[in-house]
Design a protein around this ligand. Structure first.
Ligand SMILES: Cc1cc2nc3c(=O)[nH]c(=O)nc-3n(C[C@H](O)[C@H](O)[C@H](O)COP(=O)(O)OP(=O)(O)OC[C@H]3O[C@@H](n4cnc5c(N)ncnc54)[C@H](O)[C@@H]3O)c2cc1C
Length: 438
């Protein structure tokens, strides 16, 4: 099988994978290659899917294998994008129980990162809806793992960032999808305290907030809270999504300069009136607002960008978010894309990101000052008892891992038994010494 030796990047385009990618067309092809870690749609931002040795691109292994229309149990190959599941099964009344902010993430990538969605506070993480995984181990043999068959390996695979082996296919429990539309309630949140109070009071099935990370003083932490429920009436005007439009070139450096971002954010905030707005939207537009623009990461220019995403425990969230947002606002480095969300406790594996509290995600164009700022934010996260999302990170350090992921030692023990030679080790695992071998 030919090796594509082109260097490749994650979504942030700051770090580069140099080891090349094999791209099997059928699962049978996996038996005839030198195994390495799996790569999905490369929607993780940092080096989670990058490697200095050859990796296995799973995106052609995207077949649906079985579906029970009564129970909503689906079996599919790992390379299928979640958006395909939404478009195929949504109109028949089922959808993945958890969808992240992009529908291009593959089933395998969603399991490996144990992704969370706008219903995390109620539905938990993606891995909590996985019934079983067909996993190819370091011996090249595929076997079924689940809560009853090798439960330690199963749990380590959910959120295990691909380090336990290649997910060839999985069985998942989908959730009922009563409508392809959602009724959204968008409200201005004037500051951080009001924002957090609204999240605490919210009973919505789906909730997420845009936050103006350039805000300072009285505007610190202002934003727009979106709460949504499935539309209950008939949905005659739902149509399949329009083909996405590409971003043709890298944006110039000044495109996201501080005054431009401040002006954009002011306009974005003001577009919602003080009394709020209640639009009805196609679910794809609500769950994946950025997917309509292919390659929107080029808007950050050719040097790419970092996304800082932390989760902070409820007890320390208000104070820490306040301090973080002050520092981010004063830096003039934040891009318009910034999200605040309340999370529930649901997580599936020892390396899963979620914890009960608040998650903040902010994009920073990769320009001078951005990496040191993100490093300070990571240090604040660790001090506050929170953790950084491995699927987004490119800057955390190995010695910060154990404090953020207290189950790390148990995960390492599982890996030592599963993959003693580190066949599935990635650049992320080396940088953060996840295997504990350095
Ligand atoms: C616009 C945008 C919005 C996002 N919003 C969210 C969000 O709301 N919530 C959230 O949780 N995440 C979010 N993400 C992150 C994204 O969902 C995760 O990074 C996800 O893992 C990407 O899936 P992928 O198929 O692109 O995997 P990749 O990025 O290619 O790989 C990610 C990890 O999964 C492993 N992996 C991939 N396929 C397999 C496989 N078959 N077997 C074993 N391991 C595998 C890789 O080794 C790697 O460690 C967002 C990303 C973008 C670009």
């Amino acid at each position: 099988m030919p090796l594509n030796t082109e260097p490749y990047t994650g979504w942030g385009r700051v770090l580069t994978g140099t080891g090349g990618r094999l791209r099997p067309e059928k699962t049978a092809g996996l038996k005839h290659i030198d195994l390495g870690p799996a790569v999905g749609a490369l929607r993780s931002y940092g080096d989670a899917a990058l490697n200095e040795k050859p990796s296995v691109d799973m995106t052609r292994l995207d077949r649906m294998l079985a579906f029970d229309a009564e129970t909503g149990v689906l079996e599919a190959e790992a390379g299928v994008p979640l958006t395909t599941l939404l478009d195929t099964f949504g109109p028949r009344g089922w959808m993945p129980a958890v969808v992240p902010g992009t529908g291009y993430a593959t089933l395998g990538g969603a399991i490996a990162a144990d992704v969370h969605g706008k219903n995390h506070h109620a539905a938990g993480s993606f891995g909590q809806h996985v019934l079983s995984v067909r996993l190819i181990g370091a011996d090249g043999v595929a076997r079924e793992v689940s809560e009853t068959a090798e439960p330690d390996v199963f749990r380590a695979t959910l959120g295990g960032m691909g380090l336990t082996g290649i997910i060839e296919s999985a069985r998942i429990q989908m959730m009922a999808c009563p409508s392809m539309l959602v009724d959204v309630h968008e409200r201005r949140m004037p500051n951080l305290a009001a924002y957090m109070e609204a999240f605490e009071d919210s009973t919505a099935t789906f909730s997420v907030g845009w936050i103006d990370a350039t805000g300072t003083g009285a505007k610190l932490g202002r934003g727009i809270l979106e709460e949504a429920e499935f539309a209950t009436r008939e949905t005659p005007f739902w149509k399949p999504r329009k083909p996405p439009k590409p971003v043709p070139f890298n944006a110039p450096g000044f495109a996201l300069a501080a005054p431009v971002v401040r002006t954009f954010n002011q306009l974005y905030y003001s577009r919602i009136s003080t009394t709020g707005r209640k639009p009805t939207k196609p679910i794809a537009a609500f769950f994946h607002p950025l997917d309509g623009l292919i390659g929107w990461n080029k808007l950050y220019g050719k040097r790419g960008f970092h996304q800082f995403q932390c989760v902070l425990p409820t007890e320390s969230a208000a104070l820490t978010l306040d301090a973080m947002l002050r520092e981010i606002g004063q830096s003039g480095l934040a891009a318009p894309l910034a999200v605040l969300k309340k999370m529930g406790p649901g997580r599936a594996g020892p390396l899963s990101f979620p914890m009960a509290g608040y998650t903040l995600a902010v994009d920073f164009t990769n320009r001078p000052g951005a990496a040191p700022l993100v490093n300070r934010l990571i240090a604040q996260t660790v001090d506050a008892g929170g953790r950084i999302y491995l699927a987004k990170d490119s800057l955390a350090e190995a010695q910060q891992m154990a404090a953020m992921y207290p189950e790390l030692e148990g995960f390492r023990a599982t890996l030592r038994a599963l993959d003693p030679a580190g066949l599935f080790e990635t650049d992320l695992a080396r940088r953060l010494n996840i295997r504990g071998m350095q």
